[in-house]
Design a protein around this ligand. Structure first.
Ligand code: ADP
Ligand code: MG
Length: 808
């Protein structure tokens, strides 16, 4: 949108008077001054006119331009969400991430002054929505469930789908769904004057717009596109001369130097995960909190200790990159020998000497996440170490320098082999621009890339692949079928899922008895869709009541469907620090080694204790943890047992929610009570639970392959359980790696610690995973199965009796 100066009487003030209905908001001068600087606020009239004249509007604007905080307020001020206005329904705002839903609700509440209490949020198990709520921030998942309950979304007068460019599955499905809901509300409003049309505003920072606006299946006429061009300050991007594969080490080096050389201003460092963040945080604190700030970091850690998940990822030594590079149109690129941190005309070393390091990732407790919005202590430099969370959803105040690793961790999923992997890979150019832009909010900023311009040009895709192409979609298919959409392929997806993937999902759902062979949802399927669980877990739950152990099944599926409860060993025990001079170990080093050994002993004992019910089943181990936690649901207990408090608390809430859903939706369970504390299950129950787990994963079973009559190369005598080859039963002809079809137990499983002779004949696994291949390495990493449980041939036979197994 052009920034033409408007005639004086129409200057936007944030409190526009030209409205049929308006709500007076009293804001503090401080807030008002901040608002007036936001590009979106200058465009208020144009935005609201477009909303009044169209039911669907797309708004594109730079990150930080004010979309998330301001647009809901514009709607509120013109009467949306006010009970006595012509548009009384709530204003719903969706976010792909919980942390953004919570923090944005808080910020908008603060900005709305006298109406601040009318802003609420709802994330999965937490919320403060009440009868007064006018603006409701929520995750996209929350709204998706609400559409399933009320397809006309009667409670809302307007919906804002935010961060549409992230292309999360939920956001994509919501956009498809809402394109129909808007039509429905239009039709309903013609029949009944008390029903108003629904306004839909799709907002994004960058967007492959063709997928949305010009998608004929979605919108017969493309909705108007408003662009609010940012008053983003200049950001100078400094590419690295070389791209180092150990980017955590390189980040440490660069951030340390930067802190000593750069003038005041917060740092935002983009890494790929919690491990890396904690590792870098520890190193920075060690160096700068122990009085080394003036003499520079004491670098004694070699570049090899950056811990990665499961198996190391290696991008080869350095990636060569010495070709010339022309300026990019979109990025204000300035190539600099960044090692020098030369600042145009600015004095070196005038920055603060202390550092205030804060991590920011999704598993971090909410109150810890919100610390990034607080002022750092006087005289210290804020250094935020973040994952993608900080890329577009959150604007952290005071950031002037961005350090971008150029990588992110993404889930990949191979539709044919069913192998999933969490791979660290290059981000897209669009993401890189977003990350750099985070430095230009308060003034001119700098982005220091940990990759070269050649790598950026050659290896970065334009846009990231939508999530719907990267994960199993049986859950989406079941949800759509439950909403009476028999032919899922006709759904107006912004990007259609892979055809083969759709077929496989339907086959799996048929096998889980959720849909009939002709693709119609069955009564079992309808019941399954009520639960906020993937179809496999919903299936386990529904067979669970057959064996008189429903409370255990509830606890188990809640546990299985949450994020990982266990903190991996490499996060508990810091990596060994290689000595600079091998033969010279100081006393301090010896103490460190001893502390590490003690920790390892403690860790192993805790893991063993968790397996006292059964040492062959990950699922039973998890059930035991979930049960023990309920007896002492404290942070201390979790710390002592190396498990995640946030996740376990969520599992407890999910157990309660599932129990409530069972009680209210299934007549047979009308009297069901929530039993928080569970006694240990009996051996008979354990056996039944294992069989139930297999019922949900009947296509995920592997058979031990080193026993005859398998080929001789698989009959080698393995010396460790994690080297025992297994063959997946279905799909049966898939080549998993160069060793053929074999898959192996993941080292995190209790099975990894038993002798190879004791390895069970059949294993049920949740998914297969392979680490990214090392460049230049001779062998591909092994495909690992995340084991769920062992099962006997007899149990397997009784499960599959009378049913034809999935035919791939
Ligand atoms: P967009 O959605 O377009 O990325 P936002 O509406 O999130 O932009 O942010 C607009 C501005 O509001 C930011 O530039 C920032 O200065 C300010 N802001 C947002 N959240 C907070 C917060 N929690 N505390 C202080 N300022 C904030
Ligand atoms: Mg935003």
């Amino acid at each position: 949108m052009e920034q033409d100066p408007l005639p004086l009487e129409l200057q936007p003030t944030g409190n526009i008077t030209r409205k049929a209905f308006s709500i007076a908001v009293e804001r503090s001068d401080e807030i008002q001054n901040i608002r007036l600087k936001l590009p979106v606020v200058s465009d208020e009239q144009k935005i609201m006119e477009a909303v009044h004249n169209n039911n669907i509007v797309v708004l594109k604007g730079e990150t930080g331009s004010g979309k998330t905080t301001q647009v809901p307020q514009f709607l509120f001020e013109s009467g949306y969400g006010s009970p006595d206005s012509p548009t009384p329904g709530m204003i719903g705002v969706t976010q792909p991430r919980r942390v953004a839903a919570v923090s944005m609700a808080k910020r908008v509440g603060d900005e709305l002054g006298n109406h601040g209490k009318k802003v609420s949020y709802q994330i999965r198990f937490e919320g403060n929505v009440g009868p007064e709520t006018a603006i409701k921030f929520m995750t996209d998942g929350v709204l998706l469930r609400e559409v399933a309950e009320d397809i006309a979304l009667h409670k809302y007068s307007a919906i804002i789908i935010d961060e549409a460019h992230e292309r999360s599955v939920n956001t994509d499905i919501l956009i498809g769904m809402l394109s129909r809901v808007v039509k429905l509300r239009e039709e309903l409003s013609l029949e009944d004057a008390s029903i108003k049309p629904l306004k839909l505003i799709i907002m994004s920072a960058t967007l492959d717009l063709a997928d949305f606006r010009e998608n004929k299946a979605l919108f017969s006429i493309p909705p108007p596109l408003l662009q609010s061009e940012g008053r983003q300050h200049k950001v100078i991007t400094h590419f690295a001369r070389k791209t180092y594969h150990d980017y955590v080490d390189e980040a440490f080096r660069k951030v340390s130097r930067g802190h000593r050389k750069l003038p005041p201003g917060g740092f935002l460092v983009f890494l790929t995960g919690q491990n890396e963040i904690n590792h870098l945080s520890k190193r920075l604190k060690e160096v700068f909190h122990s009085g080394h700030s003036s003499s520079g970091p004491k670098v004694r850690i070699s570049g090899k200790d950056a811990p990665m998940e499961a198996e190391d990822i290696d991008f080869g030594d350095t990636i060569d990159d010495n070709y010339d590079y022309d300026d990019d149109d979109e990025l204000d690129i300035h190539i600099n020998d960044d090692d020098e941190f030369k600042m145009d005309g600015e004095e070196e070393n005038s920055g603060p000497s202390k550092i205030h390091v804060l991590p920011l990732y999704s598993l971090l407790p909410t109150r810890e996440q919100l610390r990034v919005f607080e002022r750092p202590p006087d005289g210290s430099r804020l250094i935020v170490l973040a994952t993608n969370v900080a890329e577009t959803s959150l604007t952290i105040p005071g950031i002037r320098y961005v350090f971008d690793s150029g990588r992110s961790k993404e889930r990949k999923y191979d539709q044919t082999t069913g192998v999933q992997s969490f791979e660290v890979g290059w981000i897209s150019k669009a993401s890189a621009r977003q990350r750099a832009g985070r430095a230009g909010r308060t003034g001119e900023g700098h982005c220091y890339c940990l990759y070269s311009s050649a790598v950026y040009e050659r290896d970065f895709a334009e846009h990231a692949k939508p999530e719907i192409l990267r994960m199993p979609i049986e859950g989406v298919v079941l949800q759509l079928k439950a909403m009476n959409l028999q032919h899922v392929k006709n759904f107006p997806f912004p990007t259609s899922p892979d055809r083969h993937g759709l077929e496989l999902s339907e086959k799996l759902l048929t096998y889980l008895a959720a849909i009939s062979p002709t693709g119609q949802i069955t009564p079992v399927g309808s019941t399954m869709s009520i639960f906020p669980l993937s179809p496999r877990y919903a299936r386990i739950l529904l067979v669970g009541h057959l064996h008189d152990c429903l409370p255990y099944t509830v606890a188990l599926v809640a546990g299985l469907s949450a994020a990982d409860v266990f903190i991996p060993e490499n996060q508990v025990i810091p990596a060994t620090i290689p000595k600079e001079e091998d033969d010279f170990a100081t006393n301090a080093d010896r103490i460190e080694d001893e502390a590490r050994n003690n920790l390892r002993r403690k860790f192993n004992k805790v893991q063993k204790d968790f397996c006292f019910l059964d040492d062959k089943s990950d699922a039973i181990k998890l059930l035991q943890v979930v049960g023990e936690f309920a007896h002492d649901p404290t942070e201390e207990w979790c710390q002592l047992h190396f498990v995640r408090f946030k996740v376990l608390k969520e599992i407890l809430q999910l157990r309660k929610q599932i129990t409530d859903l069972l009680r209210t939706n299934i007549t047979a369970f009308a009297g069901l009570k929530f039993q928080e504390k569970l006694d240990a299950p009996s051996p008979k129950q354990v056996k039944a639970l294992k069989q139930m787990v297999a019922a949900g994963f009947i296509d995920h079973i592997a058979i031990r392959a080193d026993l005859s009559p398998n080929p001789p190369e698989l009959r080698r005598k393995p010396t460790r359980a994690i080297d025992v080859p297994y063959l997946t039963l279905f799909p049966s002809q898939i080549q998993h790696d160069e060793e053929g079809k074999a898959v192996y137990i993941h080292p995190s499983s209790p099975l990894a610690h038993i002798s190879p002779q004791e390895c069970p004949e059949y294993i049920v696994y949740s998914y297969l995973q392979r680490a990214a291949p090392r460049i230049g390495a001779e062998k591909l990493p092994k495909t690992r199965m995340h084991a769920l449980t062992d099962i006997t041939g007899g149990q397997l036979a009784s499960l599959t009796k009378g049913t034809s197994l999935i035919d791939y």
